[in-house]
Ligand binder design. Structure first.
Ligand SMILES: [Zn+2]
Ligand SMILES: [Zn+2]
Ligand SMILES: [Zn+2]
Length: 165
């Protein structure tokens, strides 16, 4: 346990997720404030839906969730896509390409590429910071200019392995 990095495996451990939600929402507000951006209620709603868990959600799941919350007005897909685009560009959420889904970032606003461990049993996703990733360092070493890095590793988390025994 001690060799594991705390932030990178929280998704796979029992933890008080309300704390994650509070911390990540206030971190997101902070990012918007610093960058003089508006976290409109729609953007915040989409972020909050993604903050509900460490499982990625597709745009249509988010749309369904929004329409369940809103009483009268029906929200159209472009509205969700625009909110997602904003959150993506500002580094408040990430896209999980292999799932065509989105997940809230665990350290909102960072600019470096992220790597993801995806458990195929519980479908939780853990984000790992890519700072000194061997892969990107090697690209740098050979003078390769990376413009888009996607590292998504699928497997079974320690919890699910225990349950499977
Ligand atoms: Zn959590
Ligand atoms: Zn992130
Ligand atoms: Zn799992």
């Amino acid at each position: 346990m001690s060799r594991e990095n705390k932030s990178s495996n929280i998704a796979f451990r029992k933890h008080d997720h309300r704390r994650c939600q509070r911390q990540l929402l206030s971190a997101a507000r902070q990012v918007c404030e610093t960058r003089k951006l508006r976290l409109t209620s729609r953007r915040r709603q989409v972020l909050e839906i993604l903050l509900a868990s460490h499982q990625p959600l597709g745009a249509y799941d988010i749309l369904a969730e929004l329409n369940r919350a809103a009483d009268a007005e029906r929200i159209a897909p472009p509205i969700v896509y625009r909110a997602l685009e904003f959150l993506l560009v500002e580094g408040l959420i990430h896209r999980i390409e292999s799932r065509n889904a989105f997940i809230s970032c665990v350290h909102p606003g960072h600019q470096c590429a992220a790597q993801f461990l995806i458990c195929r049993d519980c479908e939780q996703v853990a984000e790992i910071e890519n700072g000194d990733s061997g892969l990107l360092a090697q690209a740098d070493n050979i003078g390769f200019a990376v413009d888009h890095a996607v590292v998504e590793i699928t497997g079974v988390c320690a919890q699910c392995q225990k349950h499977g025994e």
